[in-house]
Structures are given as C-alpha cells and as structure tokens.
Ligand binder design. Structure first.
Ligand code: 5GP
Ligand code: SF4
Ligand code: MG
Length: 466
C-alpha cells in the first residue's frame, strides 16, 4: 500500500490526490482521502479503482476542503485478498474524547488476529476485515489524553510492519515500526507546509523538497509548521524490506539515501558477474526487469534491446488478485518484438519468479517469435517463503521455489538456463559491500531466506511451519 499526508497548504486533498497517483504502483484496488477544515470539520472519500479515475473529479474534491489531509492506496495482502469491500478502504477514522483522528497504514500486522479477538471480547465493534483497524480500536481504549500518545499506546501493542500516516484536527503524524520494514519519508512544501509519503517519487510530483526518511522506530508529529520527533519503541536494528529495492518501490525514488534505479542497475551488474552466459541480446521483462537488464548489458557487454513491449494501459499483473485475471494478464500486457528476437540467443532479465506463470508464458512467446535460445536471469534470489509484512506473495505451496530446486525450475520453465542473484550479490547491490551479515542481516529478506525478523504469530497459530 501507499500512504501520503500534507499539512499547511490550501486544499491539501488536491496534493494528496497527486501524491497517491504517484504511489499508485503500491496499490491499485482502491484509494481514500480524509481532510480536515477548521469550519467544515473532517470529511472523507473512499473509492475503488485508480486515483486518476476518482480523485480528479472536481465535484468530489470539493467535498474534501482544508489545509490538512491524508490518503491511502490499497492493495490487499494476506487476509482479505481481492474481495476488498469499501469498508476495508483506508484511511480509517475514529472519534475520541479529544476529537477525531484518521490513520492510514502501509504494512501488515502479524498479531492482528489475536488482537482482534481480544478487542472484540472487550466490546470493540469492527467495521472492516482489515488488520489496520486494530490500531483505531487500540487508540480508543488508551487512557492517554492526546492522540499522539494514544497512537504510541496502540502501536506498542501491534507487531509486524507498519508505516503509518495519521492526522488530528491540527496535527500530521508519521510513524515507522522499530525495524522500519516499509518506507516513509518527510518533505517540505511552500512556506510552512509538510509532507509525509511512502516514497520520494510522490514528493516530486507536487514539487515538495525531500528532507529525510522517518527513521525506523521514530514518530514525527507536525503541528503549527513545526516537526517534533519521538522514539516510542525499544531501539532495534533496522530491517528494511529488500524487496522494496528489487521490485516494489518506483525506480525514481530514493530509499535509505540511495537511488532505487541505481540499486537495480547494480543488481544487474552483480547478476552478470555471477552468472554470465554467451548470448546476442539482453532484454528486460518490462518494466520491473528494466534497470537490472541495463546493468546486466553494461557489465556483460551484450547489447541491450527491447525484446518485449509492454502495453502501457495495463496495471501490474501480479497485483490483480485473482488467478484468472493474472493468467490473462501476461498476454494483455506484454508482447514480443519479433523483428528483434528472431534467430537470437536471448537473455531475459526479470525481477522475480513467484508462481512461475509469467516466466513460462514469456518464454513461450519468445520461442514462438523464433528466438534461438532463452536464458533467464532473475534480479532476486528464489522466492521460497511468503511475506507476512505487506507484500502479497501467495501461500508457500504456490511458490515455485518452495517446491523445486533451481534445475527443476529451469526444466519446468523450459528455458536453456535459469540463474538467480545470490543473497550476498543482492546485498552488495543494495550498498552493503560486505554482503549479508550472518548474525544480523541488514535487511528483511524473509521471502528469500525464510528468516522472519518478526514472528508471524497469526500465521503460526494457523499452522504455518517456519
Ligand atoms: P510469477 O512468477 O508469479 O508468474 O510472477 C512474477 C512476476 O510478478 C514478476 O515479473 C514480478 O515483476 C511480478 N510481481 C509483482 N508483484 C510481486 C510481488 O509482490 N512479489 C513478487 N515476488 N513478484 C511480484
Ligand atoms: Fe520484503 Fe520479503 Fe521481507 Fe516481505 S518478506 S518484507 S517482501 S523482504
Ligand atoms: Mg514483472
């Protein structure tokens, strides 16, 4: 998901709509905005579909006045896949004794089921099936006298990954979980406006200046043009999601002070060093494989070409939640550039193999177009474990790498060779010159290593085997 908030500008909701549009890659199912105006109070709008199809209409935007607003773009992860109801669309809103507050959450809480059970037993009435709603109910039960303190109370009880943007009548608040699994950045706009965003690409779209990341475990409270920093949690060693670097974030964003594009290009360079192969052309599977393919071509000296052309009017296939749509998706979205491919030995670079359905179809398309050989090079290690922190990987038994060795995957996909980047190579590309630390890895990489930095409590309770 993507979160965004602005304070200190006229008609803040318009800026939020633009920010959410720039974060659309983080969630395409639905979006919502809450705004506050001193005269008109809180207002909200939640809609299915793309930001551009909803939050561009003047008639809707006029209902969201005021200098303070937050928003969310949703992509359903573990729990409520695909069948998002409008009541699951964030931001969530609550009325407390000290006034209203709204929150938007990116990430996934790993103890939401047990919290929900406990809260319901104690009288909370849940409106949605979302894990994030627990935060509002925990805030309601807190005895603290102001909203930031109530948020602290609530977030000390939840486990898992959370980057939260929240607002009261006067405050814009941002928090990252102690491990900082999901991104969240701070920007400035105009004279005394402030912005919070999942990624820097959404600061650019509104002409805001990137100031810094919200630190893992930090809470920032912005009021009357001033930002105050709090540290509500026990300090912990950060474990940012390495898959944000590989795939999830936009390449024009800056994560942890580094260009995502450059990290991905370096992944391609590492991949070419680790698993060179003689071939005529390096092609990305667009768009997710493009920067890595550029790096691979650069390092190997094999020319880069656009062997697959993407229809720009389709969304990300993986994010379409049902199997049927996903299966059609590949053909609707990607087509082979026959004139370029015919007779060539092709290296195809993609970011990941999950179920293997995409890769298999692409290989068929490339061979149909007359390629002499197809070599897959993958910009992440084999995805053998599900993510419980906010990326929608399927159940373990649907993951190709959980069932097969690399050689078996190569045969299943029917390609001449298949190589994945090593975990160390990936860490080097992400700026860790020494590779992955064995004692305490610098990132979360659980979907590749099976080492979960936060116990996935709800899933273990349901029988998931670590
Ligand atoms: P599959 O192997 O399941 O057919 O699909 C892999 C493709 O899905 C890759 O090209 C990758 O770009 C895309 N993808 C989109 N979202 C995700 C995600 O959340 N996790 C992974 N591992 N791949 C994803
Ligand atoms: Fe990211 Fe994978 Fe960790 Fe999930 S399990 S947070 S996708 S690195
Ligand atoms: Mg892809």
């Amino acid at each position: 998901c993507g979160v965004f908030g602005v304070v200190g500008v006229k008609d803040a909701a318009n800026f939020v709509a633009l920010g959410l549009h720039a974060l659309q890659h983080r969630g395409q199912e639905a979006g919502g905005i809450v705004s506050h105006d001193p005269e008109q109070g809180f207002n909200s709008a939640r809609r299915f579909g793309y930001v551009r199809d909803n939050f561009t209409k003047q008639s809707l935007m006029e209902t969201l006045p005021g200098p303070l607003a937050i928003g969310h773009v949703r992509y359903s992860t573990a729990g409520s896949k695909g069948n998002t109801a409008i009541r699951d669309v964030q931001p969530f809103f609550g009325e407390f004794s000290m006034g209203g507050a709204a929150i938007a959450h990116n990430g996934n809480l790993t103890n939401a089921n047990s919290l929900r059970r406990e809260l319901i037993e104690r009288g909370s009435i849940f409106q949605s099936s979302s894990d994030s709603e627990c935060i509002i109910h925990l805030m309601a039960r807190s005895l603290q006298q102001n909203v930031p303190e109530r948020i602290k109370d609530a977030l000390r009880r939840v486990e898992g990954a959370f980057s939260v943007v929240a607002m009261t009548r006067t405050k814009l608040i941002g928090v990252r979980d102690p491990l900082g699994v999901r991104p969240l950045v701070i920007g400035r706009i105009g004279e005394d406006g402030w912005v919070l965003s999942s990624e820097t690409c959404a600061l650019d779209i509104i002409g805001a200046e990137f100031i810094r990341d919200v630190d893992p475990g930090e809470m920032v409270v912005i009021e009357h043009g001033l930002l105050k920093s709090h540290r509500p949690f026990e300090p912990a060693k950060p474990r940012f999601c390495i898959f944000e670097q590989v795939y999830f974030s936009r390449p024009d964003s800056i994560l942890m002070g580094r260009s995502v594009y450059e990290t991905r290009r370096q992944i391609g360079i590492e991949l070419a060093r680790e698993s060179a192969v003689d071939a005529d052309i390096v092609c990305p599977v667009p768009d997710s494989g493009t920067p890595a393919a550029i790096g691979f071509s650069h390092e190997s000296g094999i020319p880069y070409g656009m062997g697959i052309i993407r229809n720009q009017y389709m969304g990300r296939t993986f994010i379409e939640p049902t199997e049927q749509i996903r299966n059609m998706g590949v053909r609707l979205k990607l087509n082979v550039n026959r004139a370029l491919i015919k007779g060539k030995r092709v290296i195809l670079v993609d970011d990941s193999v999950v179920r293997g359905t995409t890769s298999r179809k692409i290989k068929d398309m490339i061979l149909d177009a007359g390629a002499a050989e197809v070599h897959f090079r993958i910009a992440s290690p084999p995805t053998a474990w599900p993510c419980f922190y906010g990326v929608d990987t399927p159940d373990r038994d649907k993951l190709l790498a959980a069932r097969m060795s690399e050689d078996e995957m190569r045969d299943y996909l029917g390609v001449d060779s298949l190589k994945f980047i090593s975990l160390d190579g990936l860490y080097r590309a992400a700026g860790e010159a020494e590779g992955r630390s064995k004692s305490c890895p610098q990132f979360c990489d659980a979907c590749f290593s099976g080492e979960y930095p936060v116990e996935p409590r709800d899933m273990v309770e349901k029988g998931f085997q670590l």
